[in-house]
Design a protein around this ligand. Structure first.
Ligand code: TXA
Ligand code: MG
Length: 319
């Protein structure tokens, strides 16, 4: 766990416009001062992310909302009160504080108050907003340990704060509240059922969006190996059809029966456990030299929705 000295150094670096990798409860982020355009540009450069794709601004608490959001509808206040700090990102109309560099020139900004104690301590000590995308190269699997960040970004980040493995394991749920009806732009660490409970109305997942969100490109969150999504009931048939395929591996919940003799990596049967381990297991399969992953998804309730979404995008055709 990062020391008080490391935290102090992180604040210093951020004030100088440098980048720091920090743990959140969802995934590790690559943080820079959201009010420093050069720092924000460096984030895009290190990730290899197109400049038109907006970043999430992380805040120490909901008290900072009015600095960044020009209009805060009641439903935004209700969600912030219920779920911040936590794995929820709100898209709201922006104030001038949210620059074009951060928002990709859109008139909205994505805001989140993370729950990880180290992220909270850093945000409080820093005092401003931190732009932080997941600390991976564009399109690749998000990091859920400090080791993942070092392996992927290495020398390009001044400091990696180690906060242990992420509890949630998939990115925050993004809810657009800048238009009339709330909509999920990215299913994530906060289950849709929770949003529905607090808002008292349906919150649909908006698939086709005019908002440029890279997490919504078809191929994203992808390991090196190819990946095919296989429902539990078709696993046996799929395996016999693909018998003899070199580097074939199965990623499946403990509850799913896998025929003997197949290279299999297990994840917990509950969707939250699957989410927590998802990205680490995909990296592990790459490290094993697996060429084709047959991934058996959990049912779509709770965190299952986000896990299914990520596996679907990992399975999408690559460019
Ligand atoms: O859990 C998370 O959200 C992690 C941790 C580090 O906080 N962050 C994360 O950031 O996943 P990133 O950059 O990998 O994904 C941010 C997503 C992108 O899909 C981006 O396009 C979308 O948020 N986004 C950002 N600003 C937006 C806006 N104004 N309108 C719609 N989508 C936006
Ligand atoms: Mg990302």
């Amino acid at each position: 766990m990062a020391s008080p000295q490391a935290l102090q150094l992180a604040v210093q670096l951020l004030r100088q416009g440098q980048l720091v990798a920090l743990p959140t409860e969802t995934v590790y982020g690559l943080a820079g001062d959201a009010s420093n355009e050069l720092a924000v540009r460096r984030i895009f450069a290190v990730k290899g992310r197109p400049a038109s794709h907006p970043l999430i601004v992380h805040l120490a608490s909901a008290d900072a909302l009015p600095e960044w959001a020009a209009a805060i509808p009641d439903e935004a206040r209700a969600l912030a009160a219920a779920f911040w700090p936590g794995p929820l990102t709100l898209v709201l109309r922006r104030t001038a504080r949210a620059s074009d560099a951060v928002t990709g020139g859109q008139d909205t900004v994505a805001l989140r108050v993370p729950a990880h104690p180290l992220a909270r301590a850093l945000l409080t000590a820093f005092g401003g907003g931190l732009a932080a995308p997941s600390a991976n190269r564009f399109g690749a699997v998000s990091p859920t340990t400090a080791e993942h960040v070092r392996a992927e970004l290495g020398d390009e980040v001044e400091l990696v704060l180690d906060g242990g493995p992420c509890d949630v394991g998939v990115e925050s749920t993004i809810v657009d509240l800048s238009q009339d009806a709330p909509a999920i732009l990215r299913p994530g660490g906060l289950p849709r059922e929770e949003l529905v409970r607090v808002l008292g109305r349906d919150v649909p997942v908006r698939e086709a969006s005019d908002v440029r969100a890279p997490g919504l490109l078809p191929s994203h969150y992808a390991p090196r190996a190819g990946l095919v999504l296989v429902e539990p009931s078709s696993l046996a048939a799929e395996l016999s059809a693909r018998a003899g395929t070199p580097g074939l591996c199965v990623l499946a919940p403990e509850s799913v029966e896998v025929p003997p003799g197949v290279d299999t990596l297990r994840v917990p049967a509950d969707p939250a456990g699957f989410a927590r381990e998802l990205y680490a297991r995909l990296r592990e399969l790459d490290a094993r030299g697996c060429q084709l992953i047959l991934a058996v998804p959990p049912p779509g309730a709770g965190l299952g929705l986000a896990v299914r979404d990520r596996l679907r995008r990992a399975a999408a055709p690559r460019k």
